[in-house]
Design a protein around this ligand. Structure first.
Ligand code: AHN
Ligand code: ZN
Length: 337
């Protein structure tokens, strides 16, 4: 698509050039300099924030998507059905993983592919499970959270991207894979009395990084979305993203800023945090960034902000504007590959 647009831009330039030569002769001025150069960017289809919001709402309505519960199973079925409805080739990866507390978790990663034959691919990711506890909350810390932002927002954006690609006349040139990781949020709490378990977070991305859905699977790069729905969210450039995939950070931040979302994509650095992208980079051998809301002004406070792993992470904090900023930026990036 991009190449076709470049040719079109060249042709347009050519005819404008002749037209302005013509008028330049009459006026005696050089009109060519006044002709605005057509941009080299491809316009992506519109990301519908109402639709994305409804996808977040729907997940929350299932109840907390805690592994080994009915709400978790039903949400998994729903995600698979939506992706099939939107014309993707869908693979489910079912596996078991042992949690830090010894619980055997029945987990499922879901992978949806568009243009599966394309060699150039971009991998988009989010986690779809919910934390089984609210360990940062003073009240009811043993109860599971809604996870409207932590989990559901990223999934909502990915599903809306799937819908937008499906509806669009023009498809991206690159192949696009959407991966919905399970078991991200079952990590060991800081105050756990149990012996410390290494790598207790991100169980789905660890599994996938070592057991890809297709043998020899390759993607040029990946973008993880985590906590991308809260009102007034600010995205700083996270440490592992900069360490492993600096060019991708630059590309995505530039895209966000160029289409009007400079309030969200801030040219600020944030420390490295363990999230699914860490395992995709270190074990899966694919460079992946994390678009995640991190509070760079937290100081000694919580970098993950005030709603993280608390019951306040519910629909009240979800903003269509934030979903739009992230979703439209990611669509812009893949349509310009
Ligand atoms: C840490 O707590 C170090 N990482 C968790 C990342 C995370 C949890 N993202 C969403 N929930
Ligand atoms: Zn979490």
């Amino acid at each position: 698509m991009k190449n076709k647009m470049n040719i079109l831009a060249l042709l347009l330039c050519g005819s404008l050039f002749f037209a302005s030569c013509d008028s330049a002769e009459k006026s005696g001025g050089n009109q060519v300099a006044e002709v605005e150069e057509p941009g080299n960017t491809v316009e992506a289809p519109a990301f519908n924030p109402d639709s994305a919001y409804a996808f977040v709402e729907k997940q929350v309505a299932f109840g907390p998507r805690v592994p080994n519960t009915a709400a978790h199973f039903q949400t998994g079925e729903w995600i698979v059905a939506k992706l099939k409805e939107y014309g993707a080739q869908v693979q489910e990866q079912e596996f078991q993983a042992k949690a830090y507390d010894g619980t055997m978790l029945n987990l499922r990663n879901v992978i949806a592919s568009y243009n599966p034959g394309a060699a150039n691919r971009v991998l988009l990711a989010a986690h779809w499970d919910t934390r089984p506890l609210a360990d940062k909350d003073e009240e009811n810390p043993k109860e599971a959270i809604d996870g409207a932002n932590d989990g559901a927002s990223g999934v909502g954006v990915l599903l809306e991207i799937a819908r937008a690609i499906h509806e669009a006349q023009q498809k991206p040139d690159v192949g696009v894979d959407l991966i919905f990781f399970d078991g991200e949020d079952y990590g060991q709490p800081d105050d756990s009395p149990l012996p410390q378990v290494q790598d207790s977070w991100c169980l789905g991305s660890q599994y996938w990084s070592n057991n890809k859905h297709t043998p020899n699977y390759r993607a040029n790069y990946g973008i993880l979305l985590d906590m991308v729905g809260a009102e007034n969210a600010r995205f700083a450039r996270e440490g592992y993203s900069r360490q492993y995939a600096k060019e991708v950070v630059d590309k995505v931040w530039k895209a966000g800023n160029s289409i009007g979302y400079s309030d969200y994509f801030k040219y600020k650095n944030a420390p490295a945090i363990t999230d699914d992208h860490y395992y995709v980079n270190t074990q899966g051998n694919i460079r992946m960034i994390d678009i995640i809301e991190l509070d760079t002004n937290a100081g000694s406070g919580d970098i993950f902000g005030p709603y993280h792993h608390r019951h306040t992470d519910n629909m009240d904090i979800i903003s269509k504007n934030t979903l739009k900023a992230v979703g439209q930026t990611v669509l812009h990036v893949i349509y310009n590959e």
